[in-house]
Design a protein around this ligand. Structure first.
Ligand SMILES: Nc1ncnc2c1ncn2[C@@H]1O[C@H](COP(=O)(O)OP(=O)(O)OP(=O)(O)O)[C@@H](O)[C@H]1O
Length: 306
């Protein structure tokens, strides 16, 4: 019999998951999984719970929570051999991972999609010692996101939350001089921000890296060169429609390995969380984890040209 381990954050999404747990267990058991659950107790607990689940040779890990929890589960799995498959049940306030895999945001609907058992091996990003699934980046603008209270974040939704960020940023819209090496080539310029994207579901901007394919071994590297405020606002609005890549202020390429160096202090943002300071060495781990995905996801990915 196959064995599944659910790792869930009891505090995420107004504690919604706990109420559904008996029904979730019932559906997994009915689908032929002997299923047990671990409720996380604090920050970092999902990392060790995932590590243990790999050691105990579960066939499937189910991460239930927001992006923070899922990122921890990936940290716990990524370094190990014989990794189980990974399924995601979105319960948090930001669910970019789940959106990227087209997993529905209702718990039981997500379970049903998981139990359809469609899998895909997908790339995982690594920067320094951190793993990421969606995006990593840096720039004065991304640093600002830590200052926006999470309540505001929920109320305004992601896009508005970045726009609020822009408003707060007005007095300090300053470029940073960087040197970026990507697959043996060089970019050397003053930039507003750079983004290393694995998926195309990024902070509510679904079209920031519209051609990001999640199983091709490449990141989409998007760099916004130095702009003035008017240009910045114009490009941000183009980005909401995925029409920014041809703009002369935007540098866009695909790359497997990226090294970013700067003389200034620059904070990294990894899947929406603070991830240490640059320099950073980004590596795309080709088809590193096998995910349970939806039919929609497979159709969307297959439409993107490699
Ligand atoms: N029992 C717990 N008590 C407090 N914090 C916890 C607990 N279990 C996990 N955490 C931490 O809570 C963080 C945020 O949780 P998670 O991402 O699941 O949900 P969220 O806050 O609702 O959504 P999001 O992070 O997507 O905005 C996780 O990174 C994790 O470190």
């Amino acid at each position: 019999m196959k064995r599944a381990r659910i790792i869930y954050n009891p505090t995420s999404g107004r504690e919604a998951f706990k109420k559904e747990l008996p029904e979730v267990l019932r559906r997994f058991e009915e689908a032929g999984y002997e299923t047990s659950a671990h409720s996380t107790t604090c920050e970092g607990d999902a990392i060790s719970a995932a590590r243990k689940a790999v050691e105990r040779q579960f066939d499937l890990i189910v991460a239930a929570g927001g992006d923070g929890t899922i990122n921890e589960v990936i940290q716990g799995m990524a370094e190990q051999e014989n990794r189980p498959k990974l399924a995601i049940i979105p319960v948090g306030t930001t669910n970019d991972f789940a959106r990227a895999l087209s997993i529905p945001r209702e718990i039981l609907k997500a379970v049903d999609v998981i139990l359809e058992n469609r899998t895909r091996k997908l790339d995982i990003g690594k920067v320094n010692d951190h793993y990421f699934m969606n995006i990593a980046g840096a720039g004065k603008l991304t640093e600002l996101t830590y200052d926006v209270p999470s309540k505001l974040k929920t109320m305004l939704g992601q896009l508005a939350y970045y726009l609020k960020g822009i408003e707060l940023l007005l007095p300090a819209l300053k470029p940073t001089k960087v040197q970026i090496e990507y697959d043996g080539k060089w970019f050397d310029d003053e930039i507003m921000l750079f983004l290393v994207s694995n998926s195309n579901s990024v902070g509510g901007f679904e079209k920031l890296a519209p051609d990001a394919k999640m199983d091709d071994g490449y990141f989409d590297l998007v760099i916004l060169r130095k702009t003035n405020l008017a240009e910045f606002v114009r490009i941000a609005s183009l980005a909401t429609r995925g029409a920014h890549l041809d703009d002369k202020h935007v540098f866009y390429t695909k790359a497997n390995r990226i090294k970013v160096h700067t003389e200034e202090k620059m904070q990294l943002n990894i899947d929406g969380e603070y991830g240490g300071l640059l320099p950073g060495e980004f590596e795309n781990l080709y088809q590193h984890i096998e995910f349970l995905v939806s039919k929609d996801f497979i159709e969307k990915q297959d439409k993107i040209e490699s």
